[in-house]
Design a protein around this ligand. Sequence first.
Ligand code: AMP
Length: 628
Amino acid sequence: MGTIKSFHQHSIQDKEAFWKEEADAVYWETPFTKVLDDSKLPFAKWFVGGRTNLCFNAIDRWLESRGDEAALIWVSTEVEQERTYTYRQLYQEVNAVAAMLRAQGVGQGDRVLIYMPMVPEAVFAMLACARLGAIHSVVFGGFASVNLAQRIDDAQPKVIVCADAGSRGGKVTPYKPLMDKALQLCEHPPGKVIVLNRGLFEFEPVAGRDLDYAALRAEHDGAEVPVTWVESSTPSYVLYTSGTTGKPKGVQRDTGGYAVALASSMKHIFNGKPGDTFLCTSDIGWVVGHSYIVYGPLIGGQATILFEGTPIRPDGGVLWSLVEKYKATTMFSAPTAIRVLKKQDPALLKKYDLSSLRALYMAGEPLDEPTAQWISDGLGKPIIDNYWQTETGWPILAAQPGVEEIRTKFGSPSFPVYGFDVRVLDEQTGQDLGPNQKGVVAIVPPLPPGAMSTIWGDDERFVSTYFSSIPGRQVYSTFDWGLYDEDGYWFILGRTDDVINVAGHRLGTREIEESINSHPAVAECAVVGIADQLKGQAAVAFAVLKDPRVLDLPGAALKLEGDVMKVVDEQLGAIARPARVRFVTALPKTRSGKVLRRAIVSICEGRDPGDLTTIEDPGTLDQIKDSL
Ligand code: AMP
């Protein structure tokens, strides 16, 4: 691993020289005067004084060389439509949307909240914000009104862009009514809501507030909006993510560092070049969608495929049919999607011409060995497991075929990526651990370009959440357990906190608990993540009722379980719905009142719960066992 290792070493030991060179992949309107300002760690500023723009780097820069080449390919198996936008057409659309946002008073530093399904207009809106120097905050379409309201109140957007509805697996999922409800719930509703009417769901626009996307688009047809050049550390977006508290964190990203990180990752990690075609099956509501559906491929001069649909509709060959049709060179997906495909006819893997495809990248959750083996055998292509987080914006651990071809090991996301000084630390002492010793995966600051710069509006929380959990050292905690083996291959071994990962979606158990607790019959509850064959983990809730006698009637438990699930659906969205809700009379707690989550998980997974000396009432664990 000579080259990856030396590349990494160079990036850590000589940060300024390393990143100065990488920054050449980005257009700077005004060159930066300093590569790194690390005078206020853990806060770091990259490419100080440099002025650039994400939209310019993603579109304008390619107009001359690639104006008539594909930039954005939209395929919807939900509404059976396909559209290809060349770089020039994308430029026109984005300018029109920038003009319509500008007409609503959106300018540099203003927030725009985007709540949309996988439609091109969502991408236009993101890029239009970047063009204006405005800050977008995309909220995943699977989230419901309470989630939305929290994010609206935190980001305080000037304008919201949403759609009437999305569609999933052929079923229409309304967005507009959830937005309306969220706006009733929140304290800082914006004045204007631009609604893309796809004709999927009938709604009554709110007079004076709701604006029609198509009408505005027509009004601003042909508009050209000059790029707003912003200083490198200017926030480009805020993306909310779940943690151990009920309040989601707004991960704030800069502009220049992000552009450089993505441009460099397109070369070194994805081994790509302008003219390639990228198929990423994530959603624009997640960080993978931000980085590798929208910004990364476009900044790299590639065509990006935006897919609205599921991997099994019309059949389990749909993703491979897209690879064939659009000659995708790089594919990025999540282990859950592949586990879903394992249940389909294996012949579908051989049905299409996949010769254009160089590799399949996978992230978001642990990639189990059998799944990796299955897809590797089926495709005959390299499978590149990469590990990262919303916070980091791009991979922390990955094979980097653009630097050096290596042999991968299934179950391992390979090696540290350049720029990340990543360590395994002892949870108690903060000491660095050696090979094959399990500890907390941590990153020594500064975080590299492209990683989060702070929590939106809360610098203090940025430091106290991420940089204060390892004794004696101010290092960034990923809150993942991990180790590296004697050959230097890393393994991720699960979360150290109460965050769970369902089908690659990161969920905070606290948020689900708060939602369940709002049900009038519930006194308290604990939500844990239990191993699940398909989704990696499934959320299971154990609830204590205010009056357990309500369960006395036949069928009452089943009905109440359904009611509780409905509350979660309505407040947080179906993605947060627990797979099971079980009723107990008390939760396993320590004598100081802390819920023993790890013990609950062990019991549910049929393992030994370990040291239970601090438990208040051992009988509570038997109840958990019996309730399943
Ligand atoms: P998110 O911020 O939603 O992308 O979730 C990040 C979390 O997902 C990480 O902290 C890990 O727990 C998990 N994760 C992401 N990628 C991987 C991977 N390749 N292997 C294991 N876990 C992963």
